[in-house]
Structure formats: C-alpha cells, structure tokens
Write a protein that binds this ligand. Structure first.
Ligand code: SF4
Ligand code: SF4
Length: 560
C-alpha cells in the first residue's frame, strides 16, 4: 500500500510553479498522477504513483511525503482527504481503567480521541463511509458494541480538549458560572470568583479538566491534561482521574511519561510516520508498554518503531570536581508585588542544575535575573544562551534562525528547515528554540521549560543533547521544568522552589539530586522507584507495598 501526503498548509504552487508535477515521471508520460485539486493544490493518485520519491526530494517547502508501507496493513480506519494523514486501528476500551495513548505528535492520538468521542466519523479511508460499513468492519471485535452505541448517539461522554487557550473565546464571566461542583473547585485550587478572561494557561487547563470531570458521563477523554501545570498540580489531577476510573472508562493522551505511568493501567502505542500514517498497537500493561516504547521494538508484533532504544543514565554524581563557573550570594528581590528569597549557590563547569517547584513561586524570575532581564547589573559575567518560557515566532525561516541545521535530523525535524517560525506548532517552536540555545556559543545556558509542548520522544532526545553539550563543551546550565523524568534525565543537582504562588517564593541552595527530589516529593506525598529494566523513575501507586515501605524509610525518591 502507498500513502502520499500533501501538507496543504505549507504547499505553495504559485511559488514553486508546480515543480512536483513537472518532475513526476508518471506525469511526464502523459498520465495524471499529480493533478490540481479543487483547492488549487496537488492531489496525488496513489494508484498511479510508483513511489519513486522524486517529488518529495524536489519540493522546496517539504510539503510532500510518499510512504510505501512494507507489509499489507488492514484497511485504514480514517483518512483525511485528499492525500492527508491515514490512521490504522483503534484501541480497545476497557471498563474501570485508564487507557493511555503513547506516541509522537502527529501520529494520530488526537484523531483517535475525536473518533472515539464521536467528533469525527470513521471514513475507512474513503470520501465517506456509512455507519453500517463501519460496524461491518469492526464485526466480531470488542469495539463493535461501543461503536454501535456511538452511532445511535446513546453514549454519554465527556471530553477535555488539547487547546485550552481557546476557552476564553467561548466562555465568558466567572469560573463559578461553569464549575458548580465545590469539591472539584477546592481540590483543583480554582477560585470561583475569578474571571475566565484573566486566567493563566495552568488555570485554564484546570478549568477544562474540572468541566470534564463534573459531567455525568460513562466515557471520559483527556487530551494532554498536564500542559501548563506544575508537578504538584499534575499529580493532583492524576489522583482525581484515577478516582474517576474506579467507576468509569477513561482514555488519556499524555507526554509526561512519569505521569502517564502513574495514571494509566494500560497503554496503546502509536507508531508509523508522524503526519503521514499512524498504527495503533494492542493494549499493553503500562510498565511493559512504556518499556517497549522506550526500547523501540514491539516484540510480540515484531515491529521496530524506532532505530535505537532510549536509555536512562544517572548523571548525578556524589560530588563534581570541576571549576566553579558562577557563585551567587543569598539575596532578596522584589518585583511587581512579588518577593523572591534565595539561598546562596554555585554552578560548576559540566553541570546541569534542575529547577523544580510550583508555578508562580519565582523560578522564571530567578532565570530572568541571571539573564539580566530584570536587573542588568546582576548579569553573571559569563557568555549566556537563554531560552525564555514565552517564545516569539516571526517570519524568519528555521534555516536562518538556527546556527547549524545538522541536529534537526536527530530530532526528526529536518522537514522544518524551510518553514517560518510563525508557521510552527507549539512543540516544533519549542524544539527549534532549545536547539538554538544549545548551538549558541556560551558558558552558561538558561532554559526555561524546554519540555513544554514536546512529545515524550522529543523530550528525551533534547535531554540527551543538553547532557552532551555540558559534558563535551564544559559549559553549564540551569533548567526549569515540570517533567520529573526529564529533570531526572539531565540534572546533577536540583534547586527546589516553594512559597505562596503569586506572592512570594523561596529557592533552596542547589541540593544533591536525591536530596532535592526527596524534599520535593515528600511535600507532594508521592514516592518514586527505578524501573529495573530501563532505569527510568516510576511513581509508586499510592498505598502499594513499595509506597508504604519507602515512606517509612523517608525515601520518596528512588533508591538505587
Ligand atoms: S507539493 Fe511542493 S512542489 Fe508540489 S506544488 Fe506544493 S510546494 Fe510545489
Ligand atoms: S513519488 Fe514519484 S511517482 Fe509518486 S507522485 Fe512523486 S514523483 Fe510521481
């Protein structure tokens, strides 16, 4: 089977003068393999296409991909037409369980949520399919009764969308007008009198989650519930979703692996080629599923989903004997009604210090102080590379923005070279900015939330690049983030922030990784261990034997 995809948003036939059509060997014989579609952009006839890939290589905007699927797959469940993304397979839903969907961005996870929640009707890869055809296709499977009820409109479901920043466009007024459940408001820390227009990204996320949780439904779908939330809020939400799953069906898409591991009972792995096609695996137990995904190989299906395995190394050393690059004193700083107090600290060459803590307790203020944005006199006197939390996206092309294009391929983003920053998705922009910071000649890197909006694979690849940069170049970095697994993968030491959000914050001195994690996790009441097979940190299920034993020993972070 052949899948030809045209990214219609970036294709620009006026500029390239239909180059793909001119170079296609089938078109040159007089047949219409590539012809003009109703929208004035190319449509590729997959029956006529011989899969030579010439058009893909020649397209100046990287708008084309042609994939020859190695083995005959079952018929698609859904295809965006003409020449759009193609999805194979749907996950099996299980009662009283949280099912997680794991895979890169653009591989079909949100499409699956839209299909299962009835927002999109499966078309079986054709311009249109009737419900009879869909039900015939799923005849004899466990999914058929669900789809039957969905077709009849008899399923009560609740859906938390991915794009929570759109909420203020549709909901106006106070939070309490939409969320009436007082217990939910309290447990999520939402103030009912707050105006929706003035909510932060994290508060909008909590509002969307509360709106979904308060619905009386049978099936609940959560698309990326951790975006914009700090670690404490992520696990607070996770506890609520787990409670819900004791009596309901829950499906979740999540890129924070530690959170997914904590939340889900089973996971389906999505693999294929992002933007072109995605295949949904059978469900695995959460530990086995995440480990298989990390290994890059689905043993039972004999499918390689990635060239190499993702591994975890413990970088934190008992003590790093290296030159101190920067020492800073204990200080107090007031800004815009906010008070920050920090203990004195230092950072050494070849070291990464992770920064962890609740939102609005001064982490970004600390980074901006070091970057000289708030008090120019406080600049540390080192060559700096700084990635702020909020990123600007202008008309500049990725090719011109990055000092070097060679690492784009390692991140699987080589097709972005010709794109403008303003046309990138949130995750793509984040990866490009972080790469820019890593490629800038510097002695000290300041990275504010580099994992935000990235999928799990990109997070772990970026983590590797950060470590490589500090170890090979002898530079150092302060990294603020909310993904525990990401911080664990990069940090030698940790600064833990605490305080009253929006009013005051306190920063600890840089602590040994284990000590810092212990301090932080104890405050949250969650224990972590290491997975013996992969070395990744795993949250213990609350009340499990390990959880109780580690609490008794006061070891909230993993023991080796
Ligand atoms: S797909 Fe590429 S080569 Fe073809 S018309 Fe669009 S921009 Fe031009
Ligand atoms: S892959 Fe080759 S045959 Fe197929 S559309 Fe492109 S140029 Fe034509």
């Amino acid at each position: 089977m052949r899948i030809a995809v045209v990214e219609r948003d970036v294709c620009n036939p006026k500029k390239c003068e239909w180059l793909c059509q001119r170079v296609c060997p089938v078109n040159r014989t007089g047949k219409e393999c590539i012809k003009q579609g109703e929208d004035g952009k190319p449509v590729i006839d997959e029956e006529l296409c011989v899969g030579c890939g010439i058009c893909v290589r020649k397209c100046p905007f990287s708008a084309l991909s042609v994939v020859n699927l190695p083995q005959a797959k079952e018929e698609p469940v859904h295809r965006y037409l003409p020449n759009g993304f193609c999805l194979f397979g749907l996950p099996l839903l299980q009662p009283n369980q949280v099912l997680g969907l794991l895979g890169p961005n653009g591989i079909g996870k949100t499409t699956i949520l839209n299909l299962l929640s009835g927002q999109l009707k499966p078309n079986l890869g054709k311009p249109e399919a009737t419900w009879e055809e869909v039900l015939e296709r799923f005849k004899g499977t466990q999914l058929k009764p669900y789809l039957e009820k969905l077709a009849e409109g008899k399923i009560r479901l609740a859906y938390k969308p991915q794009k929570v920043d759109l909420i203020p466009k549709y909901w106006k007024g106070e939070v309490g007008k939409y969320i009436r459940n007082k217990d939910l408001l309290k447990r999520l820390g939402l103030r009912p009198e707050k105006q929706i227009e003035g909510l932060s990204g994290g508060e909008l996320q909590l509002l969307a989650i509360a709106a979904c949780l308060q619905k009386d439904a049978e099936f609940y779908f959560f698309d990326e519930p951790s975006s914009f939330l700090d670690v404490e809020k992520r696990f607070r939400v996770a506890k609520l979703i787990r409670e819900l799953a004791e009596r309901k069906w829950v499906v979740i898409v999540e890129h924070d692996l530690a959170l997914l591991d904590y939340l889900a009972d089973t996971v389906c792995i999505l693999y294929g080629r992002p933007g072109s096609f995605g295949i949904c695996s059978r469900p695995y137990g959460v530990r086995a599923g995440i480990n298989s995904w990390l290994s890059g190989y689905l043993k039972d299906a004999n499918v390689r989903i990635r060239e190499e395995a993702i591994t975890f190394e413990v970088y934190a050393k008992e003590s790093l004997k290296a030159e101190v690059l920067l020492e800073y004193p204990e200080f107090k700083f007031s800004w815009d009604g906010f008070q920050l107090e920090t203990q004195a600290g230092d950072i050494k060459a070849g070291e990464v210090i992770g920064i962890l803590g609740p939102n609005a307790t001064g982490k970004t203020t600390f980074i901006r102080l070091l970057a000289g944005e708030l008090e120019p006199d406080w600049k540390p006197g080192l060559r700096l590379a700084y990635k702020p939390q909020l990123l600007k996206a202008g008309p500049e092309r990725v090719r011109d923005f990055l000092p070097d294009l060679k690492l784009l391929g390692y991140l699987g983003l080589e097709t972005l070279a010709e794109r403008r920053l303003e046309d990138l998705s949130g995750g793509e922009l984040q990866a490009i900015y972080t790469l820019h910071t890593l490629q800038t000649d510097s002695e000290l890197m300041l990275l504010d939330e580099p994992s935000a909006f990235l999928d799990a694979e990109l997070r772990l690849r970026i983590a590797k690049l950060i470590r490589q940069k500090v170890e090979e170049k002898g530079t150092a970095g302060f990294v603020v983030d909310h993904d525990l697994l990401f911080l664990d993968a990069i940090s030698d030491r940790l600064i833990v922030f605490s305080g009253e959000p929006g009013r005051n914050g306190r920063a600890s001195q840089p602590l040994k990784l284990k000590e810092g994690m212990n301090l932080f996790l104890k405050g949250m009441g969650i224990t972590f261990r290491r997975d013996p097979e992969t070395g990744r940190p795993r949250a213990n299920k609350p009340g499990s034997q390990l959880d109780r034993e580690q609490r008794e020993r006061g070891e909230y972070y993993y023991s080796k």
